[in-house]
Design a protein around this ligand. Sequence first.
Ligand SMILES: Cc1ncc(COP(=O)(O)O)c(C=O)c1O
Length: 451
Amino acid sequence: MTKNLSRRGFVRAAAAGSAAMAWLGAGGAPTVLAAKADKPALLGGTPVHQGGWPHWPKWQQAWEPEVLAALRSGRWSGAGGGGRIAQFEAGYAKLLGAKRCVATASGTTALMVALHVMGVDAGDEVIVSPYTFIATYNAVLAHKALPVFADTDPETLTIDPASIESRITDRTRAILPVHIYGLPCDMDRINAVAKKHNLAVVEDACQAWLAEYKGRKCGVLGDLGCFSFQESKHIAAGEGGAVTGESDELLDRCASYRDCGRSFGSFKGSGYFSHGLNYRMKHYQAEILLQQLDKLVAETQLRRQNADYLTAALKQIPGIQPVRLPDNSLPAWHLYPFCYDGEQFHGLSRSKFMRALAAEGVPCSGGYHEQYFDGLLDQLLNSRGFKRLFPPERLKTYRDSLHELKGNKLACNTTVALFHSLLLAQRSDMDHIVEAIRKIHAHSEELAKKA
Ligand SMILES: Cc1ncc(COP(=O)(O)O)c(C=O)c1O
């Protein structure tokens, strides 16, 4: 223990030590003492974790015969669907327990398709979760609709259902909740508001493959669900996406819209071509995804086991608060986030905490920031199109409302998140994560003083 530790600091350090003992058991005691005695790597000590983490994404040689066959077939374009694309759609729908799946070129195009099919049009408003990747906002803006932000619950990082209703206007068409980091939103409460006001619900499940809420998978909890298979995702083909749902009528419309408006199933539209765009997946991408369905199931389980283990340990450390989950839900853990309280770390800022953690060999990020202040929205609100579509008073109240997102601001300022591939490492590597954070806690006073 450092000589100049304050009384409060002493009490906290002691609490952290005893909590650690409780978690590690008797055999763990030497590790705890070592965590205190070792200098933080940022101050010249030895990093707790050495040897890196699982790479992502990882190609598997076993996939090659089928993927090569897809490439050699010369049937690459997804025009008209069928073939490997239809096989993937059936396989993914089965995994989700969804009636149907329509493959798309990306998660962004899946959102574009779903919003179009749910009738979102120029001049409409869509209630969106602000704590998300920018593509969620952009899909709404591309429809020349206004993404109206509900607040984030900083304890769950998902949309606060209680903040939705006050944001509904006579222009609101849909609610777009995001299962961010694979954490399921509280869909019962969201669906209840949507039903009351006759609004569509499109789930952004782009980070939530196989996540579950009350026994059902994310992506089948609203009218339509959207997924991404981009490179960083748990099932990845470089790019790719899907829309899922239970209604044949809606899914036929999705399949048509993503395929230049070709008639599909029961949807004949205006004859041969209706309004649509080329948002198609390619057959060889579908084959790469088909190869990964079993792997997705097995790895999801491993991520959950390691995440649960981390949660049990990290919640013992003062100033570290794992996310709160809705009852009876199972996340997909695209990232493993926790809330960091610098007050419990002698005022050590979040950015310094993250630097210290990275120096211990545990890469991390601060998650999303308040992107609505970045200029993108201003640019669009000042554009000719938006000025034509929305009265100036509405655009003013909209701009003002961005400052009311207190929960989201807190979430943006206090989150620290670990990438999902860390959860695919060994159990002993999870111990390293915990030990690294505990070490930083024990030395937080010295770290806080370091420039
Ligand atoms: C929450 C969320 N929504 C939408 C998208 C868009 O998906 P894509 O990158 O496949 O277009 C992503 C992808 O990162 C995402 O994380």
